[in-house]
Ligand binder design. Structure first.
Ligand SMILES: Nc1nc2c(ncn2[C@@H]2O[C@H](COP(=O)(O)OP(=O)(O)OP(=O)(O)O)[C@@H](O)[C@H]2O)c(=O)[nH]1
Ligand SMILES: [Mg+2]
Length: 323
């Protein structure tokens, strides 16, 4: 059975097929639909083909280095098959994309067995931190865990209220910072509350900050330090919330955040609104950070654990039809 058919079979058994397919619709339009059009002029894996493929990969925001790597691998593979068909070329292409993602091992989410698991959410302004905090709350509650939120965005007016509203709706406690106060104080309060109330997951929403503002980045280090004093190993996870629509620019952001804090994973938001589905691959290649979850809409239920095979199938849907 071909790789694409295996992906299809696996995908057909997934529960959230429809969510993935509709979330990646735009990404599929730039990727699979454009690739399909190349079938008519397909004449083997030659320079012309590789050039067009590079363009499609770049439009999908795979990034130039990763696009080159994929093309190089595909060229090598095709060398062994002089009269390769379009269908098999597509099979190899998607298989190579999987290989490229899996070249570096995935880091797991760390859960604290001896008390609350502290998760810090970071990112630039408007990337989706607060909405993601709400989505994660919804997801962990469904898993039967107890959750509390910390509104540590003391910087932007209305930010605390925004999270408190979500907490109200989701029925979880929200430990609120003081507007214009020290966000670390809110983290300390949150950690103490979580310990006293046997909370499983403490999600800390922080203010949007530009990666080039050093005092704001230092503030993150302080939040790390104070949480570690309260709960051993905290923060157990530090996730960068990245807006997928910002594409390669987001990758630069991620690089700088990674230098200043101990990032353990990425959540890609607004996947539903972008054709740039390829950023997943470049993040993994360049930063060796796993994409843990993807945001596929604005509602609390619109978050999914990132699943490589479902992602690959969703953006390449249609290529599995043997022409
Ligand atoms: N379509 C879509 N919209 C999203 C997603 N995640 C967040 N948004 C929207 O993006 C906007 C910003 O989201 P917030 O959660 O407020 O972003 P933030 O990072 O907390 O913003 P600041 O606190 O101002 O830095 C809101 O309108 C959200 O509804 C997503 O996965 N898909
Ligand atoms: Mg916010």
């Amino acid at each position: 059975m071909s790789f694409l058919n295996k992906l299809k079979e696996k995908f057909s058994k997934k529960e959230d097929k429809a969510v993935y397919l509709s979330g990646f619709q735009k990404a599929k339009n730039t990727f699979s639909d454009q690739l399909s059009e190349m079938e008519f002029s397909f004449n083997g894996v030659d320079e012309d083909f590789l050039e067009q493929l590079t363009i499609i990969l770049l439009e999908s925001d795979v990034g130039i280095e990763t696009a080159d790597l994929i093309c190089e691998k595909l060229k090598e593979k095709a060398n062994d098959y002089p009269s390769i068909s379009f269908h098999w070329t597509m099979n190899f292409l998607i298989e190579i994309m999987k290989e490229v993602y899996e070249e570096y091992p995935d880091m797991d989410i760390t859960f604290n067995d001896n008390g609350p698991t502290v998760i810090l959410l970071e990112g630039v302004n408007g990337s989706g931190k607060t909405t993601t905090a709400a989505k994660l709350t919804h997801m962990y509650l469904k898993e039967g865990k107890s959750v509390a939120l910390v509104a540590a965005d003391t910087f932007r007016a209305g930010a605390i209220e925004q999270l408190a509203k979500w907490a109200d709706r989701l029925g979880v406690p929200c430990i609120e910072g003081r507007e214009n106060g020290d966000p670390s104080a809110a983290i300390v309060d949150g950690c103490r509350y979580a310990k006293e109330n046997n909370i499983d997951i403490l999600l800390c929403d922080t203010a949007g900050r530009l990666q080039n503002k050093s005092h704001l980045m230092n503030e993150l280090s302080k939040m790390n330090r104070v949480s570690a004093k309260e709960i051993e190993g905290a923060p157990h996870n530090t996730w960068l919330i990245l807006d997928a629509t910002t594409g390669q620019n987001g990758l630069n952001q991620a690089e700088i955040f990674k230098e200043s804090t101990n990032l353990t994973g990425i959540i890609l938001t607004k996947m539903d609104g972008t054709a740039k589905g390829g950023i997943v691959l470049s993040i993994k290649q360049k930063l060796q950070l796993p994409v843990l979850y993807i945001g596929l809409g604005e509602h609390e239920e619109d978050l999914r654990p990132f699943d490589l095979d479902s992602y690959l199938y969703s953006i390449s849907e249609g290529l599995d039809n043997e022409g």
